[in-house]
Design a protein around this ligand. Sequence first.
Ligand code: BGC
Length: 775
Amino acid sequence: MKFTTSIFYTTVVTLKLSFIALLLSSSTSVQNLKPSPKIAPIEQKVDSVLSLMRLNEKIGQLVQYSGSWDATGPTSSQGDQHKLEKLKRGEVGSMLNVTSVASIRETQKIIMEHSRLKIPLIFAYDVIHGYKTIFPIPLGESASWDLDLMQKSAEIAARESAASGLQWTFAPMIDVSRDARWGRVMEGAGEDPFLNSKIGVARIKGFQGDDLSSKFTIAACAKHFAGYGFGEAGRDYNTVNIGIHELHNTILPPFKAAAEAGVATFMNAFNDIDGIPATGHKALQRDLLKGEWQWEGLMVSDWGSIGEMIAHGYAKDKRHAAEIALNAGSDMDMESYAYEAHLGALLEEQKITMNQLDDAVRRVLRLKFELGLFDDPYKYCDEEREKNEVYTPINLAFAREVAKKSIVLLKNDKKMLPLSKDLKSLAVIGPLANDKDSPLGNWRGKGTYNSAVSLLEGIKGMVGKNTKIYYEKGVALTVPSVELGTNQFLHPLKFNTTDASGIPAAVAAAKKAEVVVLAIGENAYQTGEGRSQVDIGFAGLQNELLEAVYKVNKNIVIVLMNGRPMDLSRVSQIAPSILECWHLGSESGNAIADVVFGDYNPSGKLPVSFPHHVGQEPLYYNQKNTGRPNSLNHVTFSGYRDAPKSALYPFGFGLSYTTFEYGEITLNKNVMTLNGEIIASVEVKNTGDVAGEEVVQLYVRDMVGSLVRPVKELKGFEKIHLKAGASTTVNFIISADLLQFYTANNKWEVEPGTFNVWIGGDSTTEPMKSFSVVE
Ligand code: BGC
């Protein structure tokens, strides 16, 4: 969504007068006015509405309340009463967490029936990996490396949300995240800026389509601007200390891509960067995003993040916080109550300007026009659609498709997988084996508690009649009261560390079965916001269960369900097969069964590195080399004395039931000019005996730079499908813009010199070619 304001400025004076005249002659409501978009472009309408607004109404547009209250019922608390009064006066611009057509209609009605200008509210919700049909967590879905698939899942999430009255999601999260301890690693696309950019754009296109005013699309939100994924020590909300070049080269590229793709909104972040809270960061928001990048969308604060600048020690009180935030370019105040209380006085004191205020209000109004809310404030309120277009069999079928493509096969010794559907006996064991809730993941929107297909259900639906299934939970992962969970934010999980009474039965089941499928990992609420952990191993008594089962049956298929990279060091030593199944959403069990029994040949690749030990975190493939990268039989090199420095399972890694062989890389030339391009090609052959998909990955290294460059950087990928024995040539165009970086000159430039190129099935691929870039 890029807006050119020039047409508007040349014509506004005359048009605005007639527009206002028309507006005032019918009533003071802007609802009665429906000028054709062709005659009156959005900018003119925005400005005309703005010219009618009083100060309190302008400030009101910048206020966003959470409405986790029943707008249809009697208000129950002082807070609700306050919100209701503000709504009636038209002093609220947006609500979040009001869900369902009935509630949204009722809330919108308050504005329409009571407020002077009747400027519709925009309703927002965290639709992160599905609205009611739940898709894999974003990190899991990213393992598909399938952009069309992810675009489509966002599109379905948008359709379900829009059918339920919503118009805005706070997604995608495009924070590059490299620390497995951080709970929100589950919510993004992992450790690489290039992959985050591509996936972010695919999701934005899915949510927004190419027409925001369609009843089937909603506004997306690129978050969290910026640096939130780099909190020190993996602790949520923690301070971020990175240099300007790391900021530009690693953190900002997905946001730039999102802005260019026309994302309607951005959200800022809780963290400070080098001492400046992101919410009050003028250089980032006003100067870079809105200035240099010329992005004209709406910047919403994170929840309470304006007020939190007081705790940061950056603002002395809420008034000061409001002043800093508005000056910095935060347009909408989510739940800090700072703008509504203080912007008026700040204006009077000339601490903020009317231009700044108007600019923020314009951004809100523009979005409302774009969404078509001025034409019909109830346009997304359609009970029929809500009933018929949400959680449909078609959507669930697609969720299964996405889920199976998100699974990563990490290990498969002696081709243990796929299992035959005619096994005589199979033990399905583990705390997550029959869990119908954890697969829904942390940000499960309106997903119904306990509604996922469990692994056990998926397996039962897949095997033949003659296969005997022995199910045993073995150990509970969490203490039961928590599983029945009330408010997951108020009740952190408690793990079961004492009750091992189910282990003997699990051992007995394992003993009598040909194969054991062992489902272990994390509860849905072990990852997500506020869920940082110092330990990324298996909580509770899961290790004890694993060892006990392993003693009696070595034919173990580990099914991992988790939201972060885990420490798999022991598991990978003893289990012949490991499937990384994340939290896969509504169709989890069916999708896993598809892979376990070979109906689908796994094709996922890790979007994050899995370490040998938590002490390696943050661990990522695109690190810098250091001056002492290798051992040379000496201790003084950059590694650990007690663990490898490499990943146990690297970025880009994932096996298949078939094998792929890569030929030699060829380059169509060895030298390119600064505005030229080189084509790198490789032949890939399916050398196994079944068809399969492979994600062919292109990596580049800029050998010498004005700044130290990463050892490898992903610069392209393509997912191909090959029948057994078939081969194909994959070509990548390496153009100069792919080789640019934010150099020591503080500019995006390509620096002449030598570049190495790798093409392979993961980030550790070795054969390489070189070319040079010349001026
Ligand atoms: C999160 C955001 C989210 C917002 C609204 C915050 O705590 O950081 O990502 O969109 O809440 O729910």
